[in-house]
Design a protein around this ligand. Sequence first.
Ligand SMILES: [Zn+2]
Length: 733
Amino acid sequence: MFRLMLRRLISKVRKTFRFGGILLLSCLVLVIAIKQVQGKNLPGLTTASAQEQALEQLIGKPIAQQIETHVRALASKPHEAGTDANTKTAQYYAKKLREYGFDEVIFNRYEVLLPRPVKREVTLLQPESYNLKLIEPPIPSDPDSYNQALLPPFNPYAADGDVTAPVVYVNYGLSEDYAVLDSMGISVKGKIVIARYGRSWRGVKSRLAAQRGAVGCLLYSDPADDGYVKGKVIPEGKWRPEFGVQTGSVLDIPKYPGDPLTPMQPSKPGVDRLTQSSAVTLEKIPVLPISYGDALPILRNLDGEVVPKEWQGGLPITYRIGDNAAVVRMQLQSDWSVRPIVNVIGILRGRSEPEKIVMVGSHRDAWGFGANDPVAGESSLLESARTIGELAKQGHRPQRSIAIASWDAEEYGMIGSTEYGEEFQDALKGNVVVYLNREFYIAADFNASGVASLQPLLNQITKEVQMPDSDKSIFEAWRESQQNNTVTVNGMQEVRLDGLGAGSDYMVFMHHLGIPSLDFGFGGADDYGGYHSRYDSYWFFKNYGDPGIAYGERLTELVSLFLLRMADARVLPFDYASYSEAIDRYIDELSEVAQKHSVALDLDRIRAANIELRTTAQKLNAETAQIATMSDRSLERNREAISRLNNLLVAAESAFLDQNGLPRRPWYRHQIYAPGYDTGYNAEPLPGVREAIERKDTEETEQMTNVLVSALNRVCDTLQEAFAVGLEVNKAT
Ligand SMILES: [Zn+2]
């Protein structure tokens, strides 16, 4: 379908625009652009070309009122994946994209396993009796919090069960926490563990507990991490109140994201599905999220040893590990139905290379109203769609196509985007030149992660947009908050991009398809206590999320700038020398890991391959810099060669993939980045070799070293080919 659509797009565009038309249009754009730019005070912009001047118009265009209207509309009802309410939000999204001039809007549907809670009961039986509330009480200032359609707090994909056992406190439930328990001679076998949220993916917490023989798992928000220790709680402040609970998936995504029953396959009707018992990403034990109000009666009754100092949380008690004193019964049952989901994808056809696509996506499904997560994020993205659509109507239609995707069922485990990537992988590879992920945002620090080849571009465009509530650019504010994470390139300080791990819709693009990907925005889950809760409502957004909507406006500008820069770039701005610099650091880390585990590692081979890669990338950069200054006429003469060069720049990223994937998790094919197997969320660089070392498996270490070196060589060969094309172009002019 995707291919067909592309072919249709290409032929339509060919009919509409001839070369003369393009020239005429360019002149028009120039005139309009210069007229509109004159007299405007544009912060931080120094540009010359007509194209750049058109881009300047993006600044100051976003309208807070538009963003607020979307937030009000899209967060008016709870809209979890698979509900009618969420289908309605898809229609809203599609209608807006059409209104903004997107040429085609597609509904893309799947049928996926989406459990919902039926029974949730947790009782403290000993030494006192207490029935946990397990619900978030409404707050009078927020009328939405009384809504009866809200699902209660739960951890989707936790096992059904009825278990009774003593409770053990395991801090954050990380591998290193269990190492501490081991050193104290404490086992969780046959116990129910209680772990605090934070520092790892939920599904990893429950998996590590189950692996060690725990029979149940309670996850709670400690006030030290998300509550009154951080600041005033809802409704007086933005932090989590006593009975606030974080809902969230415990799908074991470091194994693979997406529908648990159809790994590697799109979950279309009729596709072969695994049985639930053979799906390795489904949790094996009951898991339930609770509030610190409900955790307190359990924690204060734990006996046994006092916890290590760092394990002490924010509740007014002395935390203990727990032995046999506090006994809890957990009863859990879900409705395990397969339900329909729908992604919406809008395409604004490119002027001269419509088959090449700059893609941006954000999810649409929420836990509850989701006014911040994801609605604020998707609303600012819709506003980018409007400003870009408006520029196109004025004559500045980008050279490449721009696709805006609204993903469904992200909250359950990146399901809509993963199924889409699995279905259309052949069409996406080579055609999508970049994937930008936009999650939710909240008024807080700027942050970004992604492929290091996009580090220079992102550093540059953040200089062109103001930080809200500040006289600094986003770049200056970002650099201040990332002081230990900068690198000096050609005398200029750049903030480094960390790799992408897990937790949002970039996963299939980055880890499975090797499409250059990145993710940026303001704030994250650790910045507010309404996250994944009934309190993430319009009322919250207006009071704490982004009251003046300045963050939403600046984000809109930055996203639009990024999309148009990528869509209009003569030579795609991928810098593989930056990539190589990042890999260099990962190699240093790898060397430390090898020393720590006393595993022999042929570092020299890896280093040599990376040096070769960098040398080639530097040569290539010199050629592409020259092409960037070329006259329009020479550019037109070399159009075919430059397009070949761009294809190679995109292909270099996918050359990092190994088709066999990582050992034990073949869905993950990228050899530079994967989510940490035992942490989730964070990226684990050079995952194949690193995991082999950590397992002290010398044979696998050698084998994965070969795989890594081959990947580096493949990338280098691709860049070498690109260099040859660049050289040819520059010689000809
Ligand atoms: Zn989200």
